[in-house]
Design a protein around this ligand. Sequence first.
Ligand code: UD1
Ligand code: CA
Length: 453
Amino acid sequence: MPLHIVILAAGQGTRMRSSLPKVLHPIAARPMLAHVLDAAFALSPEQVHVVIGHGADAVRTQLAAYPVAWVSQDRQLGTGHAVQQAMPGIPDDARVLILYGDVPLIRAATCQQLLDRLQQADLALLSVELAEPRGYGRILRTADGQVVGIREDKDCTPEQRRIREGNTGLMAARAGALRAWLACVSCNNAQGEYYLTDVVGMAAGAGRVEAVIAVDEHEVAGVNSRAQLAALERVYQAHQARVLMDEGVSLADPARLDVRGRVIAARDVFIDVNVLLEGEVVLAPNVRIGAGCVLKDVVLSEGVEIRPHSILEGATIGAGCMIGPFARIRPGTLLAEHTHIGNYVEVKASQIGAGSKVNHLSYIGDSEIGAGCNIGAGTITCNYDGANKHKTVIGDDVFVGSDTQLVAPVTVGAGATIGAGSTITKDVAANTLALSRSPQIQRSGWKRPRKGG
Ligand code: UD1
Ligand code: CA
């Protein structure tokens, strides 16, 4: 039986108090709906149908990369009505899985459990035991435990409100039966909506309902407010931290790491507190990341040490490099092994050879620096003339004295020495000394101006 997945994402999310559609609010920097779509596609469905209404254009644009069938629900007349909008695109012999765009942490394995139940049932629902079930539909069962229906919170009797088994809203059903039940759903209830949950009573009448009780309440938690969104972000991050620790990463505090992307980590990596990892991050064995670092799309080779409060993006860092504290490495940077980048150094779109050092207060942009160089404190590559960017090329074993400006385009030959305080505007030949410095003058008996004198 082909699998069709319907994701409900048309609601407004009033309680978010936002101009952004609710399902676009992020968990780990990706829209909630993207998380649900990932779980959906992991089940290899025939087709995924996403029901959209509020902010439909924004939702389609942001998730354009997913091959889904967009279904419009212009007026939000209820969850039953929402599913009905997708049914014309679903054949009778299909299995239908219904997910919510605002239940972001759902796992494919749990969905699969629901689908497996369709072998002996026409409908399988996912319920959850809740300490505080207010707002949820309640699962009604007979004395011997048979599910007979779902009653929405607003329609419950005081006695039914005491039921702690809540409806997650997620369900699986055979398409033909679901289509027939949906045709019978009315809006004769407290909210005047077409409730999807009414189909459960109809299926139960035919004795064809199964319920799966979710083991993890966070996995099925819905987001209605920013507080709930933040709570699920923490759940998600705790899980990421757990996965890294299982792979052999030591975390100074698992609650103070945020992963907003994908991390591939080897053994014996150490990550100190308040670190943010974004995009694709690869960490080789024995990498150490200091407190307060932000790393995005980087590859750190074996034994690299990033000292506190450094920001790296789009860079490949060779084995044994030492970076920071307070360093900024920008996209297009390639550091060979054992280079040192120190405090208040910015490197952009540059290659730096093995063992070279740029230890203090420098800007290196659009440069190629050889191996074994020492770039003195305060060295600036002047790569921008106001219109275009130019390259600085420095050979191996060059010594650049402190407070030097290298006005690009410029080339410094291997083994050259540049005296401190120079402004280098012409190429420097290999193994020479270059110096551009105004001569020092001296006035003896110089009287310094004094106030009131
Ligand atoms: C629904 C369930 C309730 C369950 C709860 C779990 C129904 C009638 N009730 O209630 O049993 O305990 O979820 O969170 O199904 N949506 C649409 N179009 C609509 C209405 C809703 O796309 O016309 C979408 C919403 O965007 C949301 C989801 O469906 O993603 C659930 O809708 P919501 O209004 O939040 O349902 P609840 O009243 O919370
Ligand atoms: Ca809800």
